[in-house]
Ligand binder design. Structure first.
Ligand SMILES: Cc1ncc(COP(=O)(O)O)c(C=O)c1O
Length: 418
């Protein structure tokens, strides 16, 4: 056995222990797409999906993708430099118009959009200023930029969602050009950024704001244009990054900015230049959802918010702790790894999927179930989920907050036996 096997075994120890105890919760293969699917032949309703508008499986969206397969096939076998289609260009123009920016650039994923944008803009004259709960794509783009020879920017963090902390960091930065990175909605806690305050602080310091609105596009604002629309900040957030992998039904990333900035990123972003084009069936699916948002975004968003309000009421009445959530993303805080795992397993046995999030995804003591309410869930499905959460929340002391205690012994016994 070589060192790579030793390393893999060592680092997989936690995973292997969870598998031996039959509580390993990840990578369960779905047998079809959409919010209603099956796992190992048993039907489940997915309450951890990011398909916030429930449009991924809409017949019009699937038909648009099918027609694009006929015309463009599934891949373009090259990067955008030599494999751009009319479908990419049209969608970029429409998204720019819809979101109120001069220009848009499509990437193959939202992750790549963020990494490429940061790397194209940051250099030795830049201070990158990050919320300390930033998504991996913001961290990775920053660390790549920081590791680039001759170009490394200064990197600073501000306290999560604190405009005061941001102000302090901007005042004490060492480089002239500040790029401030934050998210519209934080996906683990479901809390919105205090974007009005953050933008004001950026403006006061001549810093450029980059908002990642992956979870806000299609869900916030009166017509679903996101957090910028919700708070009337059109024209005051110079850079917006978002994704198609939540409300827009597929996969893909986008950058929105002034034309010259988009043009610069288009010629500099390595994650754009050195990775294949977004497949046209995916472009077509997103374009169809954009048409629905353009024509009746207000209804789509209202239906999502009605569902979210219904579920929030039920969860709070039952006594659940939803942490910092003030959106349709409502983590059910269990604050104990075993409680989160047992809740997940019990719900799954009953046809409801809520994925547990445990350390190191969150701090110890902040373990939770990922509960995302979508427009696609029915009242019956939400009622059933609430009933199961109440039953098992009591059975596993999530609602009372008591310790699970003796089950630790059983778990250890099983571990040794394994
Ligand atoms: C805040 C945030 N930004 C970016 C991404 C990445 O998007 P994509 O799935 O398109 O790579 C995600 C998805 O997990 C996200 O939550």
């Amino acid at each position: 056995m070589s060192w790579i096997h030793d390393k893999a075994h060592r680092e997989l120890e936690r995973v292997e222990r969870a598998r031996a105890l039959q509580v390993y919760p990840y990578f369960r293969p779905f047998e079809s797409g959409g919010l209603r699917t099956s796992i190992a032949g048993r039907p489940i309703v997915n309450f951890s999906s990011n398909d916030y508008l429930g449009l991924t499986t809409h017949p019009r969206v699937k038909e648009a993708a099918r027609a694009a397969v006929d015309r463009f096939a599934c891949g373009l076998s090259s990067s955008r430099v030599q494999a751009t289609t009319t479908a990419h260009v049209e969608l970029e123009e429409r998204l720019a118009r819809w979101l109120g920016y001069e220009a848009c650039l499509l990437f193959t994923t939202g992750y790549q959009a963020m990494v490429g944008t940061i790397m194209a803009l940051a250099d030795r004259d830049t201070t990158l200023v990050l919320d300390n709960l930033s998504h991996a794509c913001i961290l990775d783009g920053t660390f790549l930029a920081a590791g680039t020879p001759q170009r490394a920017p200064e990197v600073r963090f501000f306290n999560h969602n604190s405009a005061r902390s941001l102000d302090r960091v901007l005042r004490t930065r060492e480089r002239p050009n500040a790029l401030v990175l934050f998210e519209g909605i934080y996906s683990l806690d479901g809390d919105e950024a205090p974007i009005v305050e953050l933008v004001e602080v950026c403006e006061r310091h001549g810093a450029v704001a980059l908002c990642d609105d992956a979870h806000g596009t299609g869900t916030l604002g009166p017509t679903g244009r996101g957090i910028v629309e919700k708070y009337g900040l059109q024209g005051r957030v110079p850079l917006l990054v978002s994704t198609f992998s939540k409300s827009l039904g597929g996969i893909g990333g986008m950058l929105l900015a002034d034309r010259v900035v988009v043009d610069h990123v288009k010629h500099q972003a390595r994650s754009f230049l050195f990775s294949a084009s977004l497949p046209v069936p995916i472009v077509a699916a997103a374009a169809e959802i954009l048409t629905m948002l353009e024509t009746d975004g207000a209804t789509l968003v209202r239906e999502l918010h009605d569902n979210a309000a219904y579920m929030r009421r039920g969860l709070l009445e039952a006594g659940f702790d939803l942490g910092k959530s003030n959106t349709h993303i409502m983590p059910v805080m269990c604050r104990d790894e075993r409680k989160a795992l047992f809740m997940h397993l019990a719900l799954l046995e009953n046809g409801v999927l809520m994925v547990p999030i445990t350390y190191p995804g969150v701090k110890q003591g902040e373990e939770r179930l990922r509960l995302n309410v979508t427009r696609g869930h029915t009242r019956e499905e939400m009622d059933r989920a609430l009933e199961l959460l109440r039953t098992y929340g009591e059975a596993f002391y999530v609602l009372s907050g008591e310790d699970l205690g003796p089950m630790e012994e059983e778990a250890r016994g099983a571990d040794h036996a394994g």
